[in-house]
Design a protein. Sequence first.
Length: 614
Amino acid sequence: MARLRTSTQSRAQQVVEHLYSNLEQRIIASPPGLCPVDISAAFLRMCHAQTCGKCVPCRIGIGQMVHIMDDILDGKGSLESIDVLEQTARVVYETADCAIGYEAAHMILQCLDSFRDDFEGHVKWDRCIEQLEQPVPCVALCPAGVDIPGYIALVRAGRYADAVRLVRKDNPFCSTCGIVCEHPCEARCRRNMIDQSINIRGLKRFADEQAGVVPAPAPQPDTGKRVAIVGGGPSGLTAAYFLRLMGHSVTVYEKRSQLGGMLRFGIPRFRLSEEALDKDLDMILSTGIDVKLGIGIGDGDGDVSIATLRKDYDAVYIAIGAHEDRKIGIDGEDGPGVVSAVKLLRDIGEGHPHDLSGRKVVVVGGGNVAMDVSRTAIRLGASEVSVVYRRRKADMTALSEEIEGAEAEGIQILELHAPKAVLRDEEGQVRAFLAEPKIIGKIDSGGRPRPEAADGDDVAIPCDVVIVAIGQQIDSKHLENNGIPVHWGSVVTGDSGKVKEVPGVFAGGDCVTGPATVIKAVGAGKVAAANIDNYLGYNHIISVDVDIPEPALIDHPACGRVNLRFRNANSRRLDFEPVETGMTCQEADQESARCLRCDHFGISTLRGGRNAQW
């Protein structure tokens, strides 16, 4: 008979567990820009420390790879050393008994395949091909390159208008991004080494709310150059804003009756209010940008062609959004009762909300749009809303806070079920949604486990309406008809965002990358503005005259992160008022004080003053 045993960790075990925890924190906070060979050697050394030593490949092979890597980094290696490293890694990968051995070897093989030039650079010149830098992690991971430590320091000092001005040097959508940005900057915040990342988005929102209306900077002297922007979404308006500040004359052509693109027609008002969006738009337009609404690219009445724009303007930037829906491709999909998420949200943005009172709704998809539209359906009166997703909930691309918010409002998530058919009655009305069960399988090329067929019966979910939220695409037909090269639904561009074989025409944002986030669209618009400015023969500098407070030499003890709060789910699900509330002054003061000021400490290259440049 087995006996129950209990044990207490020894002091050594407790220390080792603490070391593992500390290592995890450091990995999370690892900034981009590190030497890839050095970081690979560090991971290899860690794997060697974990081996049990029972099999020769782990005990001897990984140790040999560590020695070779050390020789390469110390300038003692040769090009033959790289070949020996590869051969050794392949032997270990094929013969190791456990995951520690073959995964360590697999990592080295991947590294040699991905950045062999850097290995050779260490042998030939004792350095990487690229200059080794340790950039400010949050700034490096922001697609728009916003000076995050700078505006946090200004918030800490109570200089909220200056904080907004500093943000706008790189991102004109300060109000909008303070509310809906996916905050990739927080992923590698060095504060993770101590406790948790700083609530960067929350501090941006606080600064914007406290500052009120901050006037736009004055444009530089007119250059006489004219630029046309096709698309009034975040990418197009960002490019228009910076090009206007550079002194160029800018005209924005927008197909719809209002500016904003997916910010207005794709994000529900309970997440982004019209007041916040219009605040940004008013500031951008105050610089003197001309706007022509209701004009698209095509051959219809009121449309304009690319050829005409090329003739009338010195440069053209195409920044149309992904406003077209994707079909599932299942039986019963075509017909009444099935609507795309794009159309439902767009109709609301145009003032024509659907009436879902008392209806049972099924939403297909697992991204942020699926969460947005499911929460919208509840507010439109749906009695039940179910989200059907073919992978696990943990694999959803939606932000965790969006998933939690949807579930709190009563949305049911049916994971590991793929769409199979829309079932209709004799009159053609939707009566149920048929989903087939899945089991999670092997990891795909994108790093997520693939759903595979599972044993079990199909599930019929009673419903009246099916909302499809599986992705979006651009309307490329008119672009192709206008001579713009398109491949797999995306505009083909070359260096500097120039459209191939069409001089003077640039493209960026969703029409090039596919559907992306707001901050990525802003970053694309910023890059486009710089490239177009260079194409026109200029090299304008965008600057801001804001002095950043010097960092205080104080201790930074562990401190809890201030998270933004939400209105009660039972009441917020009944209206379209914003669900999230901003920080209080006390919370913002505490959260801004947590910043480690990585712009001054812990980087290998110090930047110049903030009143300079991009």
